[in-house]
Write a protein that binds this ligand. Structure first.
Ligand code: MRU
Length: 374
């Protein structure tokens, strides 16, 4: 996607003055929307910090960054010991998005049986392929999701705008390019459908207000930022045609873990007959998990993300303010699980399917447990 007219991905190989295989560059998403800064990752530890501290975030981008983290580790020391250490360090960065494990397992499988002297080149090549594949996958998610938006618009007789509600940031900033939930929105906008997006602010880190709003703005997609509690009201009053969110881990039965608050939106959508779609790439499916509520690990983050807000003051400075009384504890659960029964459909790179074991098995027969494929 473009930033002020210049095409960007969220992660790329940095220019290297001496022409060798070098550092990796990312956008520091903690600085958006007030500043656009890029950061060079020189070491595996840098990549681990970037994921843990959410300079990069979003399930697919976490996976891509971890893959490059393995490459940076091999650049420093391609021994078996360092391969294992890098895998373990990167795996421990964030618990919920399964793309992390998927990417690390993938790169590890490529490198394990290679002699040390071939590992650097192989790791960089595989990390680049993972990134390229993600772009293709997300573009296909957009192609498969576009008819859902077009259908909602046509069903209402092509009004002046068709309203899509989204939660958190599942746009191009959360992937390598295009996004998952936002890919159909970009494709619909580009196809001339008058799509308008209700952007949940997504407390506590405000990925909606800061990142989704920023990237929709960059692409010229009409949108309105709302506080997280508004969605139910909008749905009761016919002001949402469909919801589309992303997911950090989808069970083989179609339960979806996503940013905290997604479940409440799905409940409101269900109560009001509003279609609730979840967009995801294949690597976000965890075929080992059946019951999302019981089995998906939910990240708990620093309480300071709840008690302290960061923003731009009238004078242009970036400042932190505390919004809770001294001494009040806060809890910060970062994700929740929406059961499959509340999900109208899963939008994948292979098409749209029911949020069920049969639905996913039909699209991914090669991964599905034998009993589910039919
Ligand atoms: O904590 P974050 O910002 O990494 O959470 C991101 C989300 O919950 C996204 O919706 C999800 O990763 C899907 S991204 C395409």
């Amino acid at each position: 996607m473009k930033i002020s007219g210049t095409p960007y991905r969220t992660i790329w190989l940095a220019d290297d003055a001496d022409g060798g295989i070098g550092a990796v560059e990312i956008i520091d998403q903690t600085k958006l929307p007030h500043a656009f800064l890029t950061v060079r990752l020189e070491t595996m530890a840098d990549a681990a910090t970037a994921i843990r501290d959410m300079w990069v975030r979003g399930a697919p981008l976490i996976g891509a960054t971890a893959a490059y983290g393995m490459a940076l580790a091999m650049r420093a020391d391609p021994s078996d010991g360092n391969l294992t250490a890098a895998y373990n360090t990167l795996m421990a960065t964030r618990p919920t998005a399964v793309n992390l494990r998927w990417a690390l397992d993938d790169v590890l499988a490529v490198l394990t049986n290679l002699p040390a002297e071939r590992r650097v080149e192989a790791a960089y090549r595989r990390a680049a392929e993972i990134c390229d594949d993600d772009v293709e996958i997300c573009s296909s998610i957009g192609d498969h999701g576009l008819p859902l938006i077009r259908g909602a618009w046509e069903k209402r007789g092509k009004p002046e705008r068709v309203n899509v509600l989204t939660h958190c940031n599942a746009g191009w900033l959360a992937t390598v390019d295009w996004g998952t939930a936002l890919a159909p929105i970009y494709k619909a906008h580009d196809a001339g459908i008058p799509v308008h997006v209700w952007v949940d602010e997504t407390r506590p880190r405000n990925q909606g207000a800061s990142l989704t709003a920023w990237e929709l703005n960059q692409h010229g997609v009409p949108h309105t930022v709302i506080v997280d509690n508004v969605g139910g009201h909008l749905m009761q009053h016919g002001m949402v045609d469909l919801c589309i969110t992303g997911t950090d881990r989808t069970t083989r039965t179609g339960d979806v873990a996503n940013k905290i608050g997604t479940y409440l939106k799905a409940l409101a959508a269900h109560d009001n007959g509003v279609p609730f779609y979840v967009a995801l790439p294949g690597p976000t499916i965890d075929w080992t998990v059946r019951d999302g509520v019981a089995e998906i690990p939910i990240e708990e983050r620093d309480a300071a993300e709840v008690t302290v807000l960061t923003g731009r003051t009238a004078s242009g400075d970036i400042a932190d303010i505390t919004i809770t009384p001294d001494g009040s504890p806060a809890a910060n659960y970062a994700f929740d699980v929406t059961p499959a029964r509340l999900v109208s459909g899963l939008v994948t790179e292979r098409g749209v399917c029911a949020a069920s074991e049969q639905g996913l098995a039909g699209l991914y027969p090669e991964f599905a447990p034998k009993s589910a494929g039919g």
